[in-house]
Design a protein around this ligand. Sequence first.
Ligand code: SAH
Ligand code: SF4
Ligand code: F3S
Length: 462
Amino acid sequence: MELRTGHTHTGGRDPDSRPGFHIITFGCQMNVCDSQWLEQSLSLRGWRPVPEDKAEAIVINTCSVREKPEQKVYSLLGRLRSLWKADPRVFVAVGGCVAQQIGEGFWNRFPFVRLVFGSDGVAQVPAALDQLREDPGLRLSYLDFCSSYPERERVWNQACAPSQAFVTIMQGCDNFCAYCIVPYTRGRQKSRPLPEVITECSDLVRSGAREITLLGQNVNSYGQDQSGDGGSFAQLLEEVCALPGLERVRFTTSHPKDLHPQVIQAFGRHQNLCPALHLPLQSGSDRILQKMGRRYTTSQYLELVAALRRVRPDIVLSTDLIVGFPGETEEDFEQTLDMVRRIGFDSSFSFKYSPRPGVRASLMPGQVAEEVKAGRLQRLQVLQEELTQHSLDRLKGRVIPVLVEKRGASRFEGQWQGREAGGRVVHFTWPSDQELTGRFVRVRVQTAMKHSVSGEAVKGPW
Ligand code: SAH
Ligand code: SF4
Ligand code: F3S
């Protein structure tokens, strides 16, 4: 995913004397969260967000979970070279998971890359950009892992918060699933102290956030590491849900092996805990799950789904699936199709297994041919489209609260776009030209499309 800070052109370089920055984000919501913080922190230090071709500092927040997003970074850097050639003041900072992997290796190929930083270095980036601007001969790297979560400057007590905000509750991962590079690029699991998380959530609510998503690679093991203060995820969730004025709470990602019964029960207890859970299954074959080192079986996963549905029958379930893990046979893959059908996921993200350098599975025997992976991915996606259609069809005729995100683009011009509590995208029409972003609107759903539904706003009491 590429997220561009969308700001309008203001003419040539420097109509305003503040230096301009531009952030480009790939990867997961944790990267999006880091970029949002960076944008606020830089703005508070006197920088201003501008389009890429007007920026003095361009920050790329990278992802290396699969080969494709990693390659995108190199082609982007190729394109940015021309901006630097046109104006040698322009420099690039590369952060996130590819930066952690390649580090100062970027410096030889790309002379305009003057800062590399990993996830533990984000807190230092705003000061580093000031320094780099002042000293054109300088290059900096922040790649060391810290032993506890490096707390960042509080920004949401001074700035207007987005209506849908992210809060990182932990960094890193200790699971070492056999295919995954994340434990190498993000380091060991480090939980933030519970009071820090609550302070950030309260700042956000006070500054206008109506929905908060708690983030971590495995939020269910929050607190269970050396830098945690003993609090569990269930406790943290209780406290966040109890914050006055917070209308929606979500969290991601959950590892099935650590999803605690208390967390499941929370879905039945808190009105503001959204009935939606992303629970990565990865494979429907116990043999492959074991090779992946996932430490749960398909029957344990099915029990979790049953327990969740007992507490919250309307819970919207999504998942991640990998096809073509080394040694995956046609039979293993069919078991994945069976699980997906049986559970009836509302949506899923599915990927062809992508060997990552230095990661265990890349050395396993039985690597699956590219065309076999492609065929399996296609079959899985056809099945998921059918299931998603059922899920969206069930919304037809219902009147549901929608938190508005933005005006509809292209095909949906003239409409608004938001999400219902389950996280599904809703397009709707509104009779006047009033600004709706960040507001709750009731929508009567009329049509189910491929990935979203549409309808009309309904006025009147909730
Ligand atoms: N921490 C999260 C996921 C992080 S990565 C979790 O444990 O669920 C997001 C998704 O990318 C994973 O769930 C997995 O499905 C996929 N993924 C990770 N490594 C991959 C690889 N090498 N090839 C293909 N997909 C991969
Ligand atoms: Fe990767 Fe597994 Fe950690 Fe998720 S739990 S980030 S898939 S190692
Ligand atoms: Fe990608 Fe790193 Fe997130 S590899 S998915 S940006 S943790």
